[in-house]
Design a protein around this ligand. Structure first.
Ligand code: NDP
Length: 231
């Protein structure tokens, strides 16, 4: 199987790191990105010690200059990005929707919804037929089951990310680039907490499947455990 060029945001820990590990072990080349250079380099060292082919690129999903400079570095090395995994995300809700502060709302939507869109826009020229964009969303963003009040702004940001997925999928259809959202389930990470029901290995499983084995025609969908789920 040929090696794919894969870029993962927020790859220094949690689901992003585990996804880098699994996709790297499958023989792919990983652009390990993180907003914090020292955390990113630490993650890179761990991956390299497992003989994974990878390199670190600084990328803060909320900083357009950082996104542009990451593009400059990556595009100087490759002319095709096979998979972009928009994984970086935050959950910083502290209250119900009526008390959510403006700064918290902006930061959450900037990180979880606008960041993935701006990264996709910036890296557009590297997407060729067969390339895949994977947006790591959440079941908390699904509106069809009535939603949960647990983290309202986070939920809204993931619903918006799902809309970004749909719009990008429509736009990229003719170019043969697929774009899907994925819900990893409730995963034991800093974000998910220790009480979560899933391991990081399980959380990364469907992301890896979407990157490597899902049919290329699968696009504009919301996926969990390798199956389509309602938005
Ligand atoms: P973690 O908190 O373990 O990791 C989040 C990652 O995102 C970290 O690498 C963090 O970097 C990075 N990040 C945050 N903000 C930025 C930014 N501005 N620029 C670049 N990187 C940033 O969380 P998870 O691994 O659990 O989450 C990964 C994704 O999975 C998220 O999108 C999350 O919403 C989603 N998800 C997680 C679930 C769970 O139960 N864990 C459930 C459903 C969805 P840093 O270390 O610098 O903070």
């Amino acid at each position: 199987m040929s090696s794919k060029n894969i870029l993962i945001t927020g790859a220094n820990k949690g689901i992003g790191f585990e996804t880098a590990r699994q996709l790297g072990n499958a023989g792919n080349y990983i652009f390990v990105t993180a907003r914090d250079e020292s955390k990113g380099l630490k993650a890179l060292k761990k991956l390299e010690s497992g003989n994974i082919k990878c390199e670190f690129v600084q990328l803060d999903v909320c900083d357009i200059e950082s996104i542009k400079s990451a593009y400059k570095i990556v595009s100087s090395k490759i002319d095709r990005l096979d998979v972009l995994i928009n994984n970086a995300g935050i959950l910083i809700d502290k209250s119900g929707i009526l008390n959510a502060e403006y700064e918290l709302i902006l930061k959450t939507i900037d990180t979880n919804s606008i960041g993935p869109l701006q990264i996709t826009q910036t890296f557009d020229s590297l997407f060729k037929s067969g390339s895949r964009v994977i947006n790591v969303s959440s079941g908390l963003g699904a509106i069809s089951d009535g939603m949960s009040k647990y983290a309202p702004i986070y939920s809204i940001s993931k619903t918006a990310l799902n809309a970004v997925t749909c719009q990008l999928a429509l736009t990229y259809r003719k170019r043969g680039v697929s774009v899907n959202s994925i819900s990893p389930g409730w995963v034991r990470t800093d974000l998910g907490g220790r009480g979560a029901s899933r391991s990081v290995e399980k959380g990364a499983e469907s992301i890896v499947w979407l990157a490597m084995d899902a049919p290329g025609e699968l696009t504009g969908k919301f996926i969990m455990d390798k199956h389509e789920i309602p938005w």
